[in-house]
Structure formats: structure tokens, C-alpha cells
Design a protein around this ligand. Sequence first.
Ligand code: GDP
Length: 408
Amino acid sequence: MNVVIIGAQWGDEGKGKIVDYLAKDAKYVVRYSGGPNAGHTIVVDGKQFALHQVPSGILYSDKKVFLGAGMVIDPEALFEELKMIKDNGVDWEGRVFISDRAHLILPRYRQMDKDRDASRKRPIGTTGRGIGIAYSEKAHRDGLRLADLDWTEKLADLEKEDLDYLDKYKEQLLQMRVDLTQKMWEFRKENILFEGAQGAMLDIDSGTYPYVSSGASCAAGAATGCGIGPHNLDHILGVFKAYETRVGNGPMPTEFNATSEGELCQYVRDTGREYGVTTGRARRCGYLDLVALRYACRVNSLDSLVLTHLDIYDAMDQIEACVGYEINGKIVTDFPANIDQLNSAKPILQKFSGWKTSLKECRSYKKMPKNARAYVEFIEAFTGTPVSIISVGYDRDETFIRKNPWKK
Ligand code: GDP
């Protein structure tokens, strides 16, 4: 049995926490896309870990974790992260493996990334970590894979500065190398957790292109990014927040208006701690966008949803969520591809009564206040997708399951 976890919005939905929560029943945790820009925050017993490349399952000492071929890996950042993990008392040696088909980020890609974004008429707002360059080198067929560190002709093509850099990490990287496609076949009867990065709306194909990440953050990315056939993905989970956030540029139809909704925005941002783990940037915040969420459910065949950050609404009298867009005087309920349309979309909001009580201690759906259940059930009906897990706080324990995704 395997479970795929993706972000169902624009990233930062709390995937790290949910991967960590579900990892206890997995034998292997595999990350399949993105690079060191993804920042998962996991809080275990009050201790906070910010993970960027290493799959969240690492915090369980009995799990093996894998970095898939769909990822682009920054060796320097990876070893710094592994050091941080070790300094915090987690032994990782012998438990972290990298697909021999994964691509590597070279240091010069970082500046190339920044220069390219700065020269754009409409900057994407990249994190400048060389990720987009590594993916474009891959698409150009000029990239460097882990397996290529043993390919004499390829190495001869590289510049001295690249070779000097790679020399520092080569031995350790090759010790972690595996043929992940073979492992996927070998592990097929065991519990594997696939960890997505970013979110469905940032996927290179189904996201708000060009304001997207360069990798496959959709559910199908688990298949291509690890070398497992799509028929073999058993349960696909989409994690979403009770509201919307986005980092960087690009359309966000339900973004709070800075003037008229400034107070609400600041409240959600501060209560939800909506500041980037990697960059510290304040995230853009908005109403839950059910049009976008339903789109994410459909294009990713989500079997169920995980609702996080419901506790952020605990003190509110009233909650609103977007059920349609008004674009050029027309009501639209399907998520458009056109950026002009998305930028001019006015959200049509549906109101819900608040529950005015803390959900932090809540550990079962039955015990949840009626108004909170009404909000959840509306989301399920609108998206046609059941909510199987609810998160009511940042700690691992502040979570409850309605239907276990590990059980068929
Ligand atoms: P990811 O990239 O999807 O893993 O998301 P991030 O790690 O960037 O953001 C998730 C943040 O929200 C982390 O600080 C989590 O500890 C926190 N978090 C996750 N679920 C909840 C929740 O239900 N309530 C609250 N208040 N915080 C949560």
C-alpha cells in the first residue's frame, strides 16, 4: 500500500506535518519533486525542524527516506541540512538515499537563476536557489544527474569550478545513490509514503503558468519522479488550509484586499504564522478558494483531503469561502488558465458561522463544534472529495483521522 501526499493549494499547506504524522505507518518515505526551496516545518515535542530537501520521515529513526528522480538536489545545502538534523539528535546515516536519476544543482545556477528572474519583464519571484535553472538544464538535456558522476565523458565537459565543487561531495553522494526504480518495484507490497513539494496550483502543467515551480508538484509527479507506474499509486491525499496563502508573484483570486481586509489579513497571517520557513517572507493570505481546490481535486484524482489550520478561525464570528469568480461580468466556477482572467476575478463569497471555541484539544470529528463540521461538510460537498484528516494545531498530536488513508 502506498499513499501520495500533495499540497492542494499554492504550497505551505502543512504537508510536512501530515507527512510526519502518516509516516509512522510507512516503511519508506520518498520525496519526488522540487529542490531546496520547499520548506517543511515539523514540530515534535515542541522542537521545531525546518526541512528543505530531506523527506520528513527522517525524524522517525526506523524509516528509510529517498530523494527521487523528479527532484533537483543541491549537495551543499543537503549536507548542511543533514548536519542540522544530526546536531538535533537525529541519526541519519544509512537511512537517506538518492535516486541515481536525480539531477544536481551546481553553485553557478543560483546566480543564473537570480539574473534570469531579474531580466524578466514580469519576474516570477523565484527563491534564487538555482532550482529553475537545474530543471531547464534537464529539459535542455544538459543537466547533471547523480549517475553522471561516474560518466567520464560527461565529467570531462564540466568546468573546473564545477569539478572542484563536486569533488567535495562526490564520495558521500555516491554512497547514498540507489536505483530508485528498482527499489520501487522491490518495495511495492510495503507501505511507502510519497511526499510532494509545493502545491497543485504551482505545478508546471496544471498550475498558474508561468507563476509556477519548475517541477511536477501534481500527484502524477509521484509516478514520474520515482519510477513507479501511475496504476500503482493507491491513495492520493491533498493537503489544504482552511484559508489560502501564496508566496511570490502570480494570480491569487481570493487574496485579501490590503485596505478593506487588511485587519483580517494581518490576523490570519499572525495567528497562522504565515511567514516563509526558508525566506522569512510574509505570505500573501486570502479566503479559502473552493474553485481552485475543486480543480486541484479533479486534476490530481484526489481520493481524500486533509484540512489544516482550522484552528486559525477559532475566534472568528464569521468565516467566508470563495465558491465562484465574477470575471468580466460573468460567473465562472471552473479554474481558468488565462492570467488576465484570474487577475481580474472577483471572488463570490459564501458566509459560514464561526464556532467561537478552541479546537486545539479536539481529537474526533464528533466532538467538533457543529459550525466547524458544517464548514467541513460544505467543502466536501463542493469539491466532491471527503476530508479524511483534520489538523487543529501545529504539533504532531493536534490532528485526528476520520478515515485512515493506509486502509483500503
Ligand atoms: P508545508 O510546506 O506544506 O509543509 O507547510 P509549512 O511547513 O511551510 O507550513 C506549515 C506550518 O503550519 C508549520 O509551521 C506547521 O507547524 C503549521 N501547521 C500545520 N498544520 C497546522 C494546523 O492545523 N494549525 C496550525 N496553527 N498550524 C499548523
